[in-house]
Design a protein. Structure first.
Length: 589
C-alpha cells in the first residue's frame, strides 16, 4: 500500500447538515413509548425543600426519642431497676438475706422467648456463671440481646446463671462481703451440677472480681474468662488509656471520699459513668446523638434499648469504692500481691490454678491490652516461672472493637465467645504456658460453624507481652493520695458528714448532670414536651425522607464529620496535655 492510499479522504467542508430541534417533550414521549418511566430532573430548590422537610421531621422525632428515654429512665427507677435481660430468669439466691449481706443475687436463665432453657442444656457440659460489671451502671449488659454471652452459652448447651446486683449497697458493704457472696454463688451452682466447677465469665470490673474468687478458692471455679478486665492498673500508653492518670491528676482518692460522704455514705454511679463519657467527647457530645438523628427510622429503638441500661445508675458503698480506688487504681496492689481482702487474706494471683482466658481489644480505651495482660510478667517474670507454676493462660485479641463491644457486640458474641465455649476441652488439655488464641474465619461470617472457622493456640513467651510504664511516678501518686486523704479526713470531712443526710443525698442524686440533662426532656417535668408526645405518632406515619443523593443531605453528613473530627482533635490535645502535666508533677522513670 502506498502512503497516498493510506490517507483517508477528508469530509466535504462545504456540506453542512442542519437538524431540526427536538420537541421539549420528545424524551418523555420516547420513554413513554418504550414503557420506561421518564427521569424528570429535580431542581435544586425542590431538593432543598425535600431536605428541609426531612430535617424538620427528624429533629422533632429526635426530641421525642429524648422524651421517651427520659420517661423510660423514670419508669425503670420506679420499678426498682430490674436488669434489662433479654431472657426470662428465676432468682436462686438473694445475698441481701445472707448473714454477711451484700446487694447481689444469683439468677438462673430459664427461657429465651419461646424456648425453655432446660431443653437446650447438655448435662455433660459445665454450667456458665456470667458476672456483669459494677462500675456505675446496673447489670444486664451480658444478656442484653439475643446474640450475647447468655445467648451463646445457652446455644452451646450450657446451663446458664447470671449474677446481678441491686441499686443500693447494703450498709457498710465491703469487697470482702462481695467476695464471700460470689463464693457462695459458685458453690451453689456447682452443687446443682454434681460438683462440676462452673465456667466464670467476668465482664470489665467483674473480671478482677472473678480473678479474686479464682485466687481465693482453688479448684472451685473452672475456666475463667476475663473480658476487657483491668488487672494491671498503671499500664497503658499515652494515646490509649488516659484514665490511668486521673488518680494522680485529681490528687488521689480524697475526691472519691468526698463524693461518697456527700452521698451519705454511698457513691453515685453516675460519677463513674460520667468519667467514661468524658473519655470520648466526640461520641458523647455528637456522634451518638447524630447517628440517631441521621437514621431516626431505624436507630430509635436500638438507642432507647441501650440507654435504658446506660442511664440505670447504681450506687457503691463508701467502703467498696475507696478500696477499689485506693488499692487497685492508685495502689495497683492486685498484680503486686499486696491486696488485702480482710485481716486473714491477701490476694496472690499465683494461687490461681484454673485456666484463664483474657479477651482484650486494641480498640478499647478503657481497659486496653496493656492493662489486661501486663500483670502476667509482673506475677510470672519468665515463661519458665509460669510453666513451673503449672498455670495455663490464654489471651485473645480483637483488633478494633471498643470496650463495650467485647461483651455487647452480637458479632463478637457469635464468633469469639462461641469459639471460647466450644474450646473449653482444649483449654483444659493445654500444657502449662502462655498461649494466644487465634480464630481463622475465611468466610467473614460471624455466625458460621466449624469447620468453616478454626481455632488454634499458638504458644507465646511471657517476655513478649511486657509493657513498660513509669512505675516510680505512679508510686509517687500513691504517696500523694495518702497525704491528701489524711488532710481531707482531718479538715473537710467532719463538716461534710455533719451536714450530709439522706435528704441532701437524694437532692444531689437528681441534680447530677447525667440525670438532669436527660430528665429535662421528660413530659413529666417539661410540659412543652406534651404536644410532641401527641404529634410524634402522626409525624412518623407521614415521613418524607430525603433521598440519599440529595446534595443537602451530603452537606449535612460532611458537616457532621467535621464536628466529630474537631471534638476528636480536642480530645487528643486534652489527653496530650494531661500526659505532660502528669510527667511534670510526678516525673518520669
Amino acid at each position: 500500500m502506498t502512503a497516498a492510499a493510506a490517507v483517508k479522504p477528508k469530509a466535504k467542508a462545504a456540506t453542512k447538515t442542519t437538524r431540526a430541534p427536538k420537541p421539549a417533550n420528545a424524551g418523555i414521549a420516547a420513554a413513554a413509548q418504550a414503557g420506561v418511566a421518564p427521569a424528570v430532573p429535580v431542581s435544586l430548590m425542590e431538593q432543598a425543600l425535600r431536605y428541609q422537610i426531612d430535617r424538620w421531621q427528624r429533629s422533632l422525632m429526635l426530641l421525642d426519642t429524648f422524651r421517651e428515654r427520659a420517661n423510660n429512665m423514670l419508669a425503670h427507677e420506679t420499678a426498682g431497676m430490674p436488669p434489662p435481660l433479654h431472657f426470662e430468669y428465676e432468682t436462686i439466691l438473694d445475698a441481701r438475706l445472707f448473714e454477711r449481706p451484700a446487694n447481689y443475687a444469683l439468677l438462673r436463665i430459664t427461657r429465651c422467648e419461646e424456648d425453655d432453657a432446660m431443653d437446650c442444656v447438655d448435662a455433660s457440659k459445665p454450667p456458665v456463671v456470667i458476672i456483669d460489671p459494677r462500675a456505675g451502671h446496673g447489670p444486664g449488659i451480658g444478656g442484653f440481646k439475643h446474640d450475647s454471652e447468655v445467648g451463646m452459652s445457652l446455644h452451646e448447651g450450657h446451663a446458664t446463671y447470671f449474677v446481678v446486683f441491686f441499686p443500693l449497697p447494703c450498709p457498710n458493704q465491703t469487697l470482702a462481703d462481695v467476695l464471700h457472696v460470689l463464693r457462695r454463688f459458685v458453690e451453689e451452682v456447682s452443687s446443682r451440677h454434681d460438683g462440676m466447677p462452673p465456667v466464670l465469665y467476668g465482664n470489665c470490673q467483674a473480671g478482677w472480681a472473678a480473678t479474686l474468687l479464682a485466687a481465693d478458692c482453688e479448684g472451685l471455679a473452672g475456666v475463667t474468662v476475663l473480658n476487657g478486665s483491668p488487672l494491671s492498673y498503671w499500664a497503658g500508653a499515652s494515646d490509649v488509656n488516659p484514665m490511668r492518670l486521673s488518680g494522680g491528676l485529681m490528687g488521689g482518692s480524697w475526691m472519691t471520699h468526698l463524693l461518697a460522704d456527700l452521698g451519705d455514705g454511698k457513691l453515685d454511679g453516675a460519677w463513674l459513668v460520667q468519667n467514661f463519657e468524658n473519655l470520648s467527647p466526640s461520641n458523647t457530645l455528637w456522634d451518638k446523638n447524630y447517628n440517631v438523628f441521621a437514621n431516626i427510622d431505624t436507630e430509635r429503638q436500638r438507642f432507647l434499648d441501650f440507654e435504658k441500661w446506660w442511664t440505670g445508675y447504681h450506687f457503691l458503698s463508701r467502703e467498696e469504692i475507696l478500696s477499689i480506688v485506693q488499692d487497685l487504681f492508685i495502689g495497683n496492689k492486685l498484680e503486686r500481691g499486696t491486696l488485702k481482702i480482710d485481716e486473714h487474706c491477701f490476694v496472690d494471683l499465683k494461687r490461681i490454678r484454673n485456666p484463664l482466658v483474657i479477651f482484650a481489644s486494641s480498640g478499647d480505651n478503657i481497659s486496653p491490652p496493656h492493662q489486661a495482660l501486663n500483670w502476667i510478667p509482673a506475677v510470672y517474670p519468665t515463661t519458665a516461672d509460669l510453666k513451673k507454676a503449672r498455670q495455663r493462660i490464654v489471651y485473645l485479641l480483637n483488633p478494633h472493637v471498643g470496650h463495650l463491644g467485647i461483651f455487647v457486640s452480637g458479632n463478637v458474641a457469635k464468633l469469639e465467645h462461641r469459639a471460647i465455649l466450644e474450646s473449653l476441652a482444649d483449654l483444659n488439655a493445654l500444657k502449662p504456658g502462655l498461649y494466644e488464641m487465634k480464630i481463622s474465619n475465611p468466610t467473614g461470617d460471624p455466625d458460621c460453624r466449624k469447620p468453616q472457622y478454626t481455632v488454634r493456640f499458638e504458644e507465646r513467651e511471657v517476655e513478649q507481652i511486657r509493657y513498660v510504664y513509669p512505675q516510680r511516678s505512679f508510686e509517687k501518686v500513691g504517696a500523694v493520695s495518702e497525704w491528701n486523704e489524711v488532710v481531707y479526713q482531718n479538715t473537710l470531712r467532719p463538716w461534710v458528714t455533719a451536714f450530709s443526710n439522706p435528704l441532701s443525698a437524694q437532692v444531689l442524686k437528681w441534680l447530677h448532670p447525667m440525670r438532669s440533662s436527660a430528665l429535662m426532656f421528660s413530659d413529666k417535668f417539661n410540659p412543652w414536651m406534651l404536644p410532641l408526645k401527641l404529634f410524634a405518632p402522626f409525624l412518623a406515619q407521614g415521613r418524607m425522607p430525603a433521598k440519599q443523593d440529595n446534595p443537602f443531605a451530603a452537606v449535612e453528613a460532611h458537616t457532621s464529620k467535621l464536628i466529630s473530627q474537631s471534638l476528636e482533635n480536642y480530645r487528643s490535645a486534652r489527653d496530650g496535655a494531661s500526659e505532660r502535666l502528669f510527667s511534670l508533677l510526678y516525673g518520669k522513670d
